[in-house]
Design a protein around this ligand. Structure first.
Ligand code: HEM
Length: 179
């Protein structure tokens, strides 16, 4: 069966791990009461991780344009192929929309992002008190959609691995794990 390229596999797992870390850090930091040094430090780490996801998402999109995904197995029902395609498209949109909403929220709140504390990133908008709560809500809602989408994605992957046993899950695993 056709497999994904090594670069696609690497980007898939790297982005997945970074999204989990950024998501959990996001939930942890907003739960800290008061503007403590730890909270500020976590905010910075969260933003740097999120911007890294955005950079890797750009690389992944460019790579994907030149390297289409392998075809689904011939026996896979049409509805499954259509839903898989729709869910993958949604996840592609979200790996951009989630960090972009966080970035814009930060700018609307008047806090420009300095990547890794050394590289000031473009200030694309002036502080905006009206947009600030909307962007905060957008970042939250997009994150919840991402959570639901990733949940479905994982369930579908396990269905391929344990029920269908059609090799689809293994196509995205590094060769060293399969052999
Ligand atoms: C993959 C990328 C990202 C994920 C998965 C993510 C996830 C989250 C989550 C789960 C929260 C907590 C939401 C809540 O419970 O209210 C959060 C909050 C936040 N995120 Fe992100 N985020 C990402 C990228 C970014 C980026 C790139 C920035 C800015 C450069 C950012 C800025 C913020 C800020 C400022 C908050 C705090 C919101 C508040 O004031 O309560 N995020 N994020």
């Amino acid at each position: 069966m056709q497999r994904y390229t090594t670069t696609t596999i690497l980007l898939h797992w790297l982005i997945a791990a970074l999204i989990v870390a950024t998501f959990l850090l996001g939930l942890t930091m907003v739960d800290i009461h008061g503007l403590t040094p730890t909270k500020l430090k976590y905010f910075s780490w969260h933003k740097w991780l999120g911007v890294t996801v955005l950079g890797l998402a750009c690389l992944r999109m460019l790579w994907r344009l030149k390297n289409p995904a392998p075809a689904y197995p011939a026996g896979m029902p049409r509805w499954e192929q259509v839903s898989a395609h729709a869910l993958h498209s949604l996840l592609y949109v979200l790996i951009f929309a989630v960090p972009i909403s966080g970035y814009c929220y930060s700018l609307a709140a008047g806090v420009p992002v300095v990547y890794l504390g050394v590289l000031p990133l473009p200030v694309l908008m002036a502080p905006n008190p009206e947009l600030k709560p909307l962007l905060k809500l957008a970042h939250y809602v997009l994150n919840m959609i991402l959570l639901g989408g990733v949940g479905l994605h994982v369930l579908a992957a396990f269905k391929h691995l344990f029920i269908d046993r059609d090799g689809v899950f293994k196509r995205i695993l590094p060769r060293s794990i399969i052999n």
